[in-house]
Unconditional design. Structure first.
Length: 195
């Protein structure tokens, strides 16, 4: 095995309302111990790891854990300029967080219409407290063309599979996404006349 193999880096921005478990999902994915109590993310936190996708590509995965508070929303969405994919997380035990998913999707798609987006329904371990119906999730995923993964940061379920799938989708679409720092822009530049 070669140590100097260059890995493709895929950046994924993670969005969702406050307290849906975005930071816990990232921490669990990185192999850190699950903690019940967590400080609220302020701004953006970056975490990195490597992952092997379902089709065998080894990718360096950069996760951008964004703040869910309304006051940080514009900062969070601007982070998409560094990302090749996005994940929206909602809490299966709080219906209102699911209702906000379409707001996050609009922000993401307004910035980058072709960006692969995944949906994580977190806290699947809290079966008795579940408030979001599977039919509602299925309808949203069909309507918005989303890959859906039910996750539990506490039990470490669905997270690795979800990130592997989203990273694979981003890897396949690299030719259609903007490069780092470049926005999608369909407008043609006008040539200046030297008259």
């Amino acid at each position: 095995m070669q140590d100097d193999v260059k890995r493709t880096a895929i950046s994924i921005s993670i969005f969702g309302e406050t307290a849906v478990g975005k930071t816990c999902i990232c921490s669990t994915f990185l192999g850190l111990e699950f903690r019940e109590e967590h400080l609220t993310t302020v701004g953006i936190e970056k975490m990195s790891s490597t992952i092997v996708t379902e089709s065998g590509e080894e990718l360096k995965l950069k996760l951008w854990d964004t703040a869910g508070q309304e006051r940080f929303k514009s900062v969070s969405v601007k982070n998409l300029r560094y990302s090749q994919a996005a994940v929206v997380v909602f809490d299966l035990t709080v219906k209102e967080t699911f209702n906000k998913v379409t707001d996050w999707l609009k922000e993401i798609r307004d910035y980058s219409p072709k960006m692969p987006v995944g949906l994580f329904g977190n806290k699947s371990d809290l079966v008795e407290e579940r408030q979001v119906k599977q039919e509602d999730i299925d309808d949203l995923c069909k309507r918005e063309d989303l890959e859906y993964f039910e996750t539990s940061a506490r039990n470490n379920t669905g997270i690795k599979e979800g990130f592997a799938k989203i990273a694979s989708m981003a890897f396949k679409s690299l030719g259609t996404l903007p490069t780092k720092g470049q926005k999608l822009n369909n407008k043609k530049k006008k040539k200046k006349s030297k008259c």
